[in-house]
Design a protein around this ligand. Structure first.
Ligand SMILES: [Zn+2]
Length: 371
């Protein structure tokens, strides 16, 4: 199994590591690990990209620029914000510098065009082989119920209407305190169904709209010769944020479902599961989700293995395993080794070491040298 290496070199307005530090760690990885692709972003640092590009291509590997799509671009450009069903502009959830988890409208032409425009303006596309697109989703329940239901601006409203969704009906249900209409009743692993046919159609339309938006975003990159990959949620949480994983896996060079079991931040499995449950009605939702997912422990080994088994039915999947130690994420060498061993045993050709191999303890990487 090959390891795709994710490197967080900074955000648009901040730098967390430079060229020398990155190349030193990468050289160790090339010497000691079976390295696949390199995903680096989204600090604007041309000297790092030039040096890393040379090193990566000398080793016959590929370099992807890691870039957010529907959140965090407001740091550097004017974006169209999402509008919740009450007509309010959505709020973000600041997690770390440069990452506010403030989600923009996926239907907005401006938002769809922006990622490729930013690459053109701030990065050298001749140094990279592709783009690794993050925040390719609606807000999750971690942003609260109102935000998690997606955007209800005029353009999104129109997109729903075209698919036969009565948004006035949906908004009326949402405005009631009782949220049991939005608790799913069945699952095929990647999507959920809901007892109310209009709610069921709403979630399906939400995912179709996101897939279509991402196809348009991806198309702009392909026309300039770049491959496109997506960062996604774990299967159990993806449908709620508009991610149809089978459709996205077809579309992309690869997808990286974030199977983060030690990370207590957005995208972490525990964080997202607890947010779904707390926003959709507490105990009754908890019992239903446990039953649907057939687990008592969302971060336990059996559920992890079942999510991997599901993902192994899709093409182009490189599961993402976190390896860092920082506030809100407490990985140990044993956790890193055991998780990656399980991914290998599930039959995957690659896994992504997330989200920063440069700041990860070297002892975490050493445990992978023989897997
Ligand atoms: Zn919208």
């Amino acid at each position: 199994m090959k390891y795709d290496l994710q490197i967080r070199n900074g955000c648009f307005h901040s730098k967390v590591c430079g060229s020398e530090e990155i190349c030193q760690r990468l050289k160790w990885c090339f010497e000691n690990l079976n390295v696949g692709r390199i995903l680096m972003g989204w600090g604007i640092d041309s000297s790092s990209f030039a040096a890393v590009s040379t090193l990566v291509h000398e080793h016959g590997s590929e370099l992807f620029l890691w870039l957010p799509v529907f959140a965090d671009l407001e740091e550097i450009a004017a974006t169209d914000n999402s509008m919740d069903f009450r007509g309010n502009s959505m709020h973000g959830v600041p997690v770390m510098e440069g990452e506010n988890f403030l989600f923009g409208c996926p239907t907005s032409r401006r938002n769809q065009a922006l990622p490729a425009e930013l690459v053109d303006q701030y990065f050298d596309s001749t140094l990279i082989d592709g783009v690794f697109l993050d925040k390719v989703r609606n807000a999750s329940f971690g942003n609260g119920f109102d935000s998690a239901m997606g955007c209800f601006c005029d353009e999104c409203d129109e997109a729903y209407r075209k698919k036969g969704i009565d948004t006035a009906y949906i908004k009326n249900l949402m405005s009631k305190g009782d949220r049991h209409h939005f608790v799913p009743v069945t699952t095929d692993g990647f999507s959920y169904t809901f007892s109310d046919p209009m709610v069921d159609g709403f979630f399906r339309a939400k995912a179709e709209n996101m897939t279509r938006s991402l196809q348009l975003v991806a198309e702009r990159f392909r026309t300039i010769g770049l491959k496109v990959a997506f960062d996604t949620f774990a299967p159990f949480a993806a449908w709620f944020v508009g991610q149809d994983l089978p459709a996205l896996a077809e579309e992309a060079a690869f997808i990286k479902p974030m199977l983060y079991r030690r990370c207590l931040l957005p995208a972490g499995m525990r964080f997202e599961f607890d947010s779904i449950v707390s926003e959709l009605g507490g105990k009754a939702c908890l019992d239903q989700m446990k039953c649907l997912l057939n687990t008592d422990d969302i971060t336990g080994d059996p559920f992890f293995e079942s999510q991997l088994a599901l993902l192994s039915t899709l093409p182009n999947v490189s599961p993402g395993i976190e390896i860092n130690v920082q506030s809100g994420c407490f990985c140990t060498p044993e956790y890193v080794k055991q998780s990656l061993q399980t991914v290998a045993e599930a039959g995957f050709d690659s896994a992504v070491l997330s989200w920063d191999v440069v700041s990860a303890p070297l002892e975490h990487l050493k445990t992978l040298a023989r897997i």
